[in-house]
Design a protein around this ligand. Structure first.
Ligand code: BGC
Ligand code: BGC
Length: 802
């Protein structure tokens, strides 16, 4: 292993202050080299005048709800973000003007005059506008990447990038954490829909096009100017290649082979001029990307010639071996330039400053990282003149959010992303037809939009009133039917009085994001659509199935019943694009970017082997060739949802592990794979080896912290928990079951302490009503371990035991 410190000392002399690299073979024009020299000079001048504290602050990225403008004035963070659940002043549904107000406030704090002679370096704000500027109300919601992959239309994706950048500018934000150029290889992965395709050749041009749309094309004098923001290619690399599709998991294999799949879209994004790359949560052959010098520096910088900044992912540095959220020189030394440290920014800032001062982090490496941040700011025009966000182009033009022009692009994208998998001739819908539109998803914009929509997970409480100006799939069909001289009726449960000519059944996955969307198999278990299709079949009504999903799934039962089947993906706010294709107003041109599985077993599917429909499949409306009857056997479907919330080191589908900050009800923090260090919540969960590697968890809860698991759907039954108490409780500890039942664990934990593994059984005898979640609540610090949490049916009257 290379001694990173020695390496940096030795190469310090060789690294220019500006720390730039030039892509091999990329000859600079005289104009470009003059510009480069001006950039170098500006960056070097700033750097020479900055203190260690100010330099480190450029590398610290906190989230908006964990610091104040006063903190910004004092520490001068180089950048900050809003997370998927964060909104200005604590309000996720705040008006756009509030976003702009916060941007101004933070910006002004970052450039406030200072007495110590430090140069002024404006801050910048990063956001996840991953399918439009969808953290903000009224924004245009474009289809998720999986749908855009089906369009194969780089020009369209470029226009989406431009529209998104403009909407971001309205709110005064500088930087987008998009595009995701993951090459998802196992559709059980909860982020499959963020991936354009399983084929890197499809991903690369679309990722590059989004970069060009967001930032402007290379050579365009307006690049990163009006109508443009900084883009981020993410997550470097291997995010889409984890074993069993486990989010943030482990990628194994020969590195050169892995690069050919997962690093393949990066040269195109870099060629398009992407200014930021986000490091990935996953590990590769045992080493977390956030601490992987060979890949972050060796491959990304040296081999691929990337000269922008590398930003970390949400506390991703804290997952590196030997690191915590507040202490991780390893990441900086490996090549990370900005730590995304949502809540623990203060501790990390202080530790990092101390590590520069004691030489753990060589000044050369610090300077290099800071110069990369400054360089991107320079290119984005942030260092030219100091203009506060509300004074910039497009800022405050609220009509641009969800403008008719942007919605038209989204509608075009929806139409082009529909993939027609089956058609017996029922499509296109006939003009003048009497159409019944069924399924609870038909008029549910949040479901059509998926995760990363207003909230991190999307869905849930978001009814259509949260989407002013948007059009549901139902509304689009209603308008189209009227225009054709026919009519459409909405009937979520499929009941009708007058027999319709045709029924359109809209159904699919409920929204999810990241690890909450990980699945053990691809069988689509929800039976609402199936029941409706069966009913219409019995009634002799022809059907069109519109399937909303973040991935291809095994839907053979539905496909057998329906006369036409459309993979609609996650179309977003312009549902009329679906009607455009169903009515034939637009041709069906969408092509699969992912292989569609023939069976529901869990194995990853890539390429034509074992596929029902291969990548590239997608019918024209005129293709009415028969679809053979499909096999309906699927073992996992017979099992029903898993009743083990946590077992063998893995959370079940639909289960999340969460903590709640002391004294703040309602604001949950999540632990991917039930692991992590949530300093603010006071909960530390580590992998623990009971019988196998990390098959259990060790949980340390600080005073007044809360930690738990919740299951959707609620499978019912008592809770059996296999546990071991490590430290004797010194104050009350309770288990909240469902909303209201509180079980006192203080005495049972005291008894169990030091006695090894035991089981507790929580029935409705001590927790009336039970419910879909359990939550430990402790008054003093305590450490215990959990090997499994399983729901089970017990005889009535069964007592609780510990
Ligand atoms: C995700 C990133 C995202 C970041 C900030 C992380 O959990 O992996 O894709 O950019 O959060 O919200
Ligand atoms: C944040 C997301 C983030 C996720 C990571 C959420 O609380 O809002 O932005 O990606 O946590 O675990």
């Amino acid at each position: 292993m290379i001694d990173m410190k020695a390496f940096w000392m030795a190469t310090a002399a060789a690294i220019t202050l500006a720390g730039c690299t030039t892509v091999p073979g990329d000859m600079e024009t005289p104009a470009a080299s003059t510009a480069r020299a001006a950039e170098d000079a500006r960056v070097a001048d700033l750097l020479a005048r900055m203190s260690v504290e100010r330099k480190v602050a450029q590398l610290i990225q906190p989230q908006i709800n964990s610091f104040t403008a006063e903190d910004m004035r004092r520490y001068r963070f180089g950048s900050y973000l809003n997370g998927g659940n964060g909104g200005p002043y604590g309000d996720e549904y705040a008006e756009a003007s509030e976003w702009l107000k916060l941007a101004d406030e933070m910006y002004l704090a970052s450039i406030a005059p200072q007495a110590d002679g430090q140069p002024t370096v404006p801050t910048m704000w990063g956001t996840d506008a991953v399918h439009g500027h969808t953290n903000v109300m009224k924004a245009t919601i474009f289809p998720h990447n999986i749908g855009l992959g089906a369009t194969r239309d780089a020009d369209l994706v470029r226009r989406i990038g431009e529209a998104t950048a403009t909407e971001i500018e309205v709110t005064g934000i500088d930087w987008n954490f998009s595009p995701t150029i993951a090459v998802a290889q196992d559709d059980r992965w909860g982020r499959t829909y963020e991936s354009y395709s399983e084929d890197p050749k499809i991903v690369a041009p679309l990722g590059a096009a989004l970069v060009e749309g967001l930032q402007g094309r290379k050579g365009d004098p307006n690049r990163l100017g009006a109508g443009h923001v900084i883009a981020t290619a993410k997550h470097f690399f291997g995010d889409g290649g984890t074993d069993q599709g486990v989010d943030q998991g482990e990628v194994t294999g020969d590195i050169e082979k892995l690069k050919k799949i997962h690093a393949a879209p990066y040269p195109a994004a870099i060629g398009a001029g992407v200014e930021a790359v986000m490091a990935s949560f996953n590990s590769i052959n045992g080493r977390k990307m956030h601490g992987n010098e060979a890949l972050l520096t060796g491959v990304l910088r040296n081999e691929l010639g990337f000269d922008g900044l590398v930003v970390g992912d949400w506390n991703g540095h804290g997952q590196v071996a030997g690191c915590t959220n507040t202490d991780c020189p390893q990441s900086l030394l490996a090549g990370l330039d900005i730590y995304m440290v949502p809540d623990d920014w203060k501790g990390l800032l202080e530790t990092t400053v101390a590590q520069v001062k004691d030489g753990t982090i060589p000044m050369a490496r610090l300077d290099e990282a800071v110069s990369r941040v400054l360089r991107v700011k320079y290119r984005a025009g942030l260092l030219d003149e100091f203009v506060q966000p509300s004074g910039r182009p497009n800022a405050g033009k609220y009509d641009l959010l969800g403008s008719p022009e942007h919605r038209a692009i989204a509608r075009e994208a929806v139409a082009k992303s529909q993939v027609l998998l089956k058609n017996n001739g029922v499509l296109p819908l006939k003009a003048g037809a009497n159409i019944l539109v069924a399924g609870s998803a038909a008029d549910d914009i949040a479901q059509a939009a998926g995760g990363w929509t207003l909230t991190w997970q999307g869905g849930g409480d978001l009814d259509n009133s949260y989407f002013p100006g948007a059009t549901s799939i139902w509304k689009g069909l209603e308008t189209a039917a009227k225009e054709s001289g026919g009519k459409a009726v909405l009937s979520a449960d499929g009941t009708y009085t007058a027999k319709p000519d045709v029924a359109v059944v809209v159904f699919g996955e409920e929204p999810y994001a990241e690890f909450a969307g990980d699945r053990k198999h691809l069988g689509f278990t929800d039976e609402e659509g199936l029941t409706l299709l069966r009913k219409f079949k019995a009634d002799g009504v022809p059907t069109v199935a519109v399937f909303l999903s973040g991935r291809p799934m095994w839907v053979n039962r539905e496909m057998n019943l329906a006369d036409a089947f459309v993979a609609s993906w996650l179309p977003g706010s312009e549902g009329a694009g679906v009607a455009d294709v169903l009515t034939g107003a637009m041709p069906a041109t969408g092509k699969l970017g992912f292989s569609w599985p023939a069976t529901c077993d869990a194995g990853p599917l890539n390429g034509p082997k074992g596929a029902l429909f291969a990548v590239g499949y997608g019918r024209a409306l005129t293709d009415t060739s028969p679809t053979p009857q499909l096999d309906e056997n699927c073992a996992p479907l017979l099992e029903g949802p898993s009743r083990a919330l946590f077992e063998s080191g893995r959370l079940a589908d639909g289960v999340v592990a969460f903590a709640v900050k002391p004294n703040v009800e309602g604001v949950g923090e999540y632990l991917a794979q039930m692991r992590g260090d949530l300093t603010d919540s006071g909960v530390l969960v580590r992998g623990y080896d009971r019988n196998a590697q990390e098959d259990a968890r060790e949980i340390t809860m600080r005073a007044n912290s809360r930690f738990g698991l919740s299951q959707t759907p609620d499978t019912g039954g008592a809770y059996r928990i296999t546990y071991e108490v490590v430290t004797r409780p010194t104050a009350p500890i309770k288990l909240r079951v469902g909303e209201d039942a509180l079980v006192d664990l203080t005495q049972p934990f005291a008894v169990a302490h030091g006695k090894g593994w035991r089981e507790m059984l929580i029935t409705d005898q001590c927790a009336p009503g039970l419910g879909n979640r359990i939550r430990f609540e402790t008054e003093a610090e305590v450490t215990f371990r959990i090997a499994s949490v399983v729901r089970e049916d017990v005889a009535e009257g069964t007592a609780c035991s510990f």
